[in-house]
Design a binder for this molecule. Structure first.
Ligand code: PEP
Ligand code: MG
Length: 586
């Protein structure tokens, strides 16, 4: 039995036989062809290229219909690679000049591209290296498909599945995931990939348990071996013993029962045992996740991470692309449910590879990212603000600025928003003028200045993911400092309390909301603490909403307040965590 740890990207437990995807397992039958067969070989190559291009077009249309244009666009890159004249002519030249078979020429040309990309990845800074590696895996996928077309193999290993499997791969390609059906693919685990990789995003959208970024494991497992994927703990277990199997069977059964237990809560209000109303909202990245919010009983969207419009883009989205995505979310949510559209939070770990969008910096988390980047590129910022204000006529839109660290920064954003409104007014373009404005509180300086910032806006949303990393100086993506990165740290709790108190003082004068939209608010363990600290709005990934409702409905505010007060008197994250666990019914 082997335990391998990776990054948990989509929750759930799955147990089943492994299907190991090995892109290098194809046997090329012969390397050379006789001179008189060269024309026939080239004709064979062209047929294979055309067939693969048609399949990629089909994949793109199917995925667009299934999951929307942002995910469908993943296939556009693949399609354009197949149709690329330079690749075609290089393969053809190898067949002509060196009498290579079509298969061998394909493999040689594509592997050259892969090698160059992998070499480049060694020299490039992290975020560009990740992009180069992603391109390299797309090329390997193309090779696999072309070889399958040439050799007449079924190009889709999922076509002939007789029983559900767990897919294990180095990295998964869009063409693999296109046909994933949760009934036949129970889960997947990959050696590469990070939490914002396409694979991770697709896993979330398809709701298939997944763990990525495990590091090399494929040489330790064969197709048909029993494996376990735990998408909550981020673990892959190869060849489990009886006791481990029994433990995870029980966990799986409990998880399967859980949604049913919570299903009945969907249409109920999130109200505590002693009748205090809590608003539960959903966090979304892709427009089609708006429907997940409603399916899970969220009251609106508390955080729309619009930087995901950069998924698979090499250029900035246009105003119309922004507008189309926002109106689609608003159509799903209807005219009265709130939708908090956060302006672009690009840079550091998010989509920093879009050409020229983000500078190459030594310390990107402390650099020109997020709202700083937008204020440094006013065209980019105004394009998005115009689209938000135009879309706002269709629903209850609220605009929110990320990573605000000073009051001047916030004021500049508001001034720009007003300029954009004036521009739309002058041009006679329909838009909404009185859109509520909020700021994320995710930098300690903003938390400390919350009383000043509160005077400037209509709401706060506490981004604990970043607030924790900036408070404790511990990278949220670095496993080596993961023990420091802890939502239960008393320093974090004190900052949250400061923000809530500033919000409450403002609330005494006018309507004002304080929300928490970091992952902390989706953790049942922290919900009593957050309610006890005075929070009445929580925004979490839609899948978590039913369970949060259950926790809230069992909660008494007076008890939660006592719990929070005691937690605040403790000295360390370890003490707070054990106190919360000891006092939790979760
Ligand atoms: C946060 O930092 O808590 C947050 C919600 O924003 P993101 O995770 O997108 O950085
Ligand atoms: Mg953040």
């Amino acid at each position: 039995m082997e335990h391998r740890h990776g990054i948990a990207v989509s929750p759930g437990v799955a147990i089943g036989p492994a299907l190991v995807l090995d892109t290098e397992g194809v046997l090329i039958p012969h390397r050379d062809v006789p001179a008189e067969q060269i024309d026939a070989e080239i004709a064979r190559l062209h047929r294979a290229l055309d067939e693969t291009a048609t399949a990629a077009r089909g994949d793109r249309e199917r995925m667009t219909a299934k999951l929307g244009p942002a995910l469908g666009n993943i296939y556009a890159a693949q399609q354009s690679m197949i149709e690329d004249r330079m690749i075609r002519s290089q393969i053809e030249a190898r067949i002509r000049a060196e009498s290579y078979s079509a298969e061998y020429a394909v493999s040689r040309v594509i592997r050259d591209f892969v090698r160059r990309l992998e070499d480049a990845a060694q020299r490039l800074p992290d975020h560009n290296a990740a992009e180069a590696r992603r391109r390299a895996t797309e090329f390997i996928d193309l090779e696999r498909q072309l070889l399958a077309a040439l050799l007449g193999h079924p190009s889709n290993p999922f076509d002939n599945l007789k029983e559900p499997v767990i897919v294990l791969a180095n990295d998964l390609m869009p063409s693999d995931t296109a046909d994933f059906n949760p009934r036949t693919v129970r889960a997947f685990a990959t050696e590469s990939g990070g939490p914002t990789s396409h694979t991770a995003i697709l896993a979330g959208a398809l709701e298939i348990p997944a763990v990525v970024g495990i590091g090399r494991f494929r040489s330790d497992v064969s197709g048909g071996d029993i494996v376990i994927v735990d998408g909550e703990e981020g673990v892959l277990i190869i060849d489990p013993d009886e006791a481990t199997l029994a433990k995870y069977e029980a966990k799986r059964a409990e998880q399967i029962a859980r949604p049913d237990r919570n299903e009945s809560l969907r249409d109920k209000l999130a109200v505590t045992h002693d009748n205090v109303r809590i608003r539960l909202l959903g966090n979304i990245e892709l427009e089609q996740e708006a429907a997940h919010c409603l399916e899970r009983g969220a009251e609106g969207v508390g955080l729309y991470r619009t930087e995901f419009l950069y998924l698979n883009k090499t250029a900035h989205p246009t105003e119309e692309e922004h507008y189309a995505a926002y109106t689609s979310v608003l159509r799903t949510l209807g005219p009265t449910r709130p939708v908090v559209i956060r302006t672009l939070d690009l840079g550091a770990d998010k989509f920093s590879s879009v050409s020229g969008a983000v500078a190459d910096e030594k310390n990107p988390f402390l650099g020109l990212r997020s709202v700083r980047l937008c204020l440094n590129n006013l065209d980019l910022f105004k394009t998005q603000l115009r689209a938000i204000l135009r879309a706002a006529v269709h629903g209850d839109v609220r605009v929110m600025f990320p990573m605000i660290s000073t009051v001047d920064e916030l004021r500049r954003c508001k001034t720009l928003l007003n300029d954009v409104k004036d521009g739309l007014e002058d041009a006679g373009i329909p838009y909404k003028r009185d859109v509520p404005v909020g700021t994320m509180i995710e930098v300690p300086s903003a938390a400390l200045l919350a009383d000043v910032l509160a005077r400037e806006v209509d709401f706060f949303s506490i981004g604990t993911n970043d607030l924790i990393q900036y408070t404790l100086a511990a990278d949220r993506n670095n496993e080596h400092v993961a023990d420091l990165y802890n939502p239960a740290d008393p320093a974090v709790l004190r900052l949250i309390r400061l923000v809530v108190q500033a919000g409450q003082r403002e609330q005494a004068k006018r309507p004002f909301e304080v929300n928490v939209c970091g992952e902390m608010s989706g953790e049942p363990l922290y919900v009593p603490l957050l309610v006890g600290l005075g929070l009445r709005h929580l925004s979490a990934t839609p899948r978590k909403i039913p369970e949060l409702k259950r926790v809230i409905r069992d909660l008494k505010v007076a008890e939660a307040e006592r719990l929070a007060e005691h937690a605040l008197s403790l000295e360390s994250a370890r003490q707070v965590s054990s106190y919360l666990r000891a006092n939790s019914a979760v």
